[in-house]
Write a protein that binds this ligand. Structure first.
Ligand code: NCD
Ligand code: ZN
Length: 346
């Protein structure tokens, strides 16, 4: 017997759409299932000013299939030379919804990011004053710190001291991957929230490294051990409004992933909702899925949930992983959760 599940049309609060041929190839996948997405600004060169965001939004709008109900919400990329007045004006004009902090060197296209948090304090103070949320890539880049510890150390060295200085700053800890991150957000009050990705609810570090190296599971922050994955699933399915979906769907061509120095990022936009329905069902928490994908994030960002809906059905047989996407520049592999997924969006 098939079961069906209708959700409020979801939001993706952390999405990479890229530019050019990749933008054209991936935008339809997000536009099919989501009503809105918060678009990450780590292009080369990055989206730094209000004008950059307007121009990028126009390119995204041109890539959305006709008739799709999808709105991109823009972010700016924080640099040590960001002009606070330009940023606040862009937020007041409704051009941007948030600002992204990348520690320089932490991840894909982060070279223009922040080396010294003190250098951006005036901008962060202006954001606090104006109520503009800061989205944080929460990993230190100190080569002395083991890559599996970088999130926990970021909380201790950067995030907690920053929030002690600016308790009114609204912060989203993006793509939390550890129980340390979950615990910090859970006890952190109304001005902090976290996004959780689809893939970190499914994979642990064994998926990347045991029995052969699997570049398609490499992303940043890197997946941690199984106890952390379980903490993420517990947070996502708990109904706690501090946690919401940000897929971090981050497409890279296969040629860039399957390389001697492969790129970080996993492409989950096509099958995110089906995967989430599966994992929420297994946690006996399908009733919490609507909050996680469509309500908690909207509440944090102060927007009303989308008016539309999306419906999934549970089939009696496992559904295939969506086929690889073809782009004008090469193939793009879709996330394989490696467990049977019975759900599909209709
Ligand atoms: C993202 C990308 O490719 O832009 N990669 C990733 O592994 N998540 C950047 C990011 O969000 O860290
Ligand atoms: Zn990302």
């Amino acid at each position: 017997m098939t079961r069906s599940l209708t959700l409020t049309r979801p939001d993706d609060w952390h999405l990479h759409l890229r530019d050019g041929a990749m933008l054209d190839a991936v935008t339809p996948d997000s536009a099919a299932d989501f009503g809105r997405a918060l678009i990450m600004p780590n292009l080369v060169p990055p989206v730094v000013t209000g004008d950059d965001a307007v121009a990028y939004r126009d390119r995204i709008m041109a890539a959305i299939p006709k008739g799709a109900d999808f709105t991109p919400l823009m972010t700016l990329y924080l640099t040590e030379t960001t002009d606070a007045a330009n940023l606040v004006a862009a937020a007041r004009a409704g051009i941007i919804m948030a600002v992204k902090l990348y520690p320089a060197g932490a991840t894909t296209n982060s070279a223009s990011g922040v080396r010294d948090i003190n250098a951006v304090m005036p901008v962060l103070e202006a954001m606090t004053e104006a109520g503009i949320p800061l989205c944080v890539h929460g990993e230190v880049t100190d080569p002395e710190i083991d890559i599996f510890d970088r999130e926990a150390v970021f909380i201790e060295r950067v995030l907690d001291p920053l929030r002690a200085k600016l308790p009114e700053l609204r912060v989203v800890m993006e793509h939390v991957t550890t129980s340390d991150g979950v615990d910090y957000v859970r006890g952190g009050g109304a001005n902090i929230a976290a996004t959780l990705t689809t893939h970190h609810l499914f994979i642990n570090r064994n998926h990347i490294l045991a029995g052969g190296i699997r570049p398609h599971y490499y992303c940043l922050p890197v997946a941690k051990r199984e106890t952390h994955r379980r903490a993420l699933v517990a947070a996502a399915t708990s109904g706690d409004a501090s946690f919401f979906l940000g897929t971090d769907s981050a497409p890279h061509l296969d040629a860039a992933k399957l390389s001697e120095c492969g790129c970080a990022g996993i492409y989950t936009a096509p099958n995110t909702l089906a995967c989430l329905a599966q994992i929420f069902e297994e946690a006996d928490a399908l009733d919490q899925l609507d909050g996680f994908v469509a309500r908690h994030g909207a509440a944090f960002y102060g927007v009303v949930p989308n008016a539309g809906t999306v419906t999934l059905v549970r089939e009696t047989a496992p559904q295939p992983v969506p086929r690889n996407r073809a782009t004008a520049e090469g193939e793009l592999t879709v996330f394989d959760p490696l467990v049977p997924i019975y759900w599909r969006v209709v």
